[in-house]
Each structure stands twice: as C-alpha cells, then as structure tokens.
Ligand binder design. Sequence first.
Ligand code: ARG
Length: 254
Amino acid sequence: MNMKKILCLVLALMMTVCCLAACGTAKNDELVMATNATFPPYEYMEGDEYKGIDIDLAQAIADKLGKELVIENVEFGTIVAGVETGKYDVGIAGMTITDERKEQVNFSDSYATGVQVVIVKDGGKVKTLDDLAGADIMIGVQQDTTGHIYASDTVENGGYGEDHVTPYLTGADAVEALKSGKVQAVIIDQEPAKEFVKVNEGLSILEAEWAVEDYAIAINKENTELLEAVNKALAEMKADGSMDKIIANYIKAE
Ligand code: ARG
C-alpha cells in the first residue's frame, strides 16, 4: 500500500468513528426532555400518556424548533446531572432555579412561579408553620426537591434538620406517609399539593406560604444556542397568550 491509500483508509476510519459517536448522543432533530411525571398538574401519567403543563410547553417549544419531542421519565434527582452531561437536551419538571443547580446547568427565563406549601392531616399535630419545628414532628418530602433541600437544612439556615425530614421517591408517596401517620406534614409545591389534597380525604394545605420560587427549564451549559432558542420560544408564548392557555388548561381559577 502506498502512503495515499493508507491516508485514505485512516480518513475513512475516522469518519466512521465520528459518525458512530454522533449517533450515540441526542439526535439533532430531537428535543430530548427529562422529566419526572409524578407531579400533577405539571407532569403526570394518564394511563401510558404523558400529560401536564410542562409536557404541553415542551411540545410547543419542540414544534417551534422543528424538532421531535422525546420524553424521558426519570427520578427527579437525576435530571440536573443528566442535562449537565448531555444525556438530555432539557430538564422540564416544575424545576426551581437554585444557585446550586446553576453551578451544573443553565436555566431559561422563568415560566411559572412555584410556592412551597405544607400539607397536613386534619386534626393532626401541625396546625401552623411554627408547629413544624416541634421535636416530635417528621416532615415528608419528595427526594432531591427544594422542599427536601430546604427542610433538611440546619435550624440556623431556616430548616428543621435532617433528622426531622423523610425523603420519598415521589410526592404521592410522601402524602401516603402523611395519611398513615409516618410523617406529620408534607412540604411540596402548591399546585401538586392541591391535586394531592383533591384526591385524598382528610388533608389540608396550611394557608401560609413556606417559600416562593421560580420554575425554569434546565439546559446544558455549553448549549447556549438552545438556551437562546428556548428563551425566544418562551417569550413568544408569553406574548401571544399561548402560555396562559396551556396553564389555564390545567389550573382552573378558583
Ligand atoms: N420545584 C421543586 C424543585 O425544583 C420540585 C419539583 C419536582 N418536580 C417533579 N417533576 N417531581 O425542586
């Protein structure tokens, strides 16, 4: 073989390897969204169908970008890392913007306000926010959510200490624990809280707001092009009323 032939072979090989590598990651005509569909009305399952505000929002964004939406339903606590490593293009999961998460991913402009509230059992020990600090109180949360992170922080930092918090895989599991008396309160986002209280008798939401936060879409730090495209799509949807329409489909004014 002469030099030219060898060069050609090497080039061909390199191209094959490159192609294989590209095929292994998210395809360019897809928008791969990681979510945790246990969080009505933002994302939940109805039979084997994905439903919710974030699902419709993601579909609208994908349509605008001319991409096919692919939904990956994963544990909430794995979403940020998966977006960071490029496994998913976006994380859309009623996700609160926090400084810690910002170290790993970029966040789009906010598309909703989230409020952390407290669900209690009627006639139970917790009647006010102050009662949460009681020595014999156990608080249930969804693992790796802001409710979990803040509640298990130290008392000096406004939390109740790790010993007073039990994390569950889903908010619904935490609510079951509340019903059976394993925990005396559940700290979770307001709209899911309302949904859980609606379908479970004997539970109420304390009137006081425990924390107010902003929801946004998590995007890989290197993919600034996608960040800009998502922000543009969000701005359009806010301006033309389609965002309000999606939300109104799931959250009925009282
Ligand atoms: N807003 C809270 C957070 O960002 C809870 C989000 C939970 N989302 C879900 N799809 N389970 O930590």
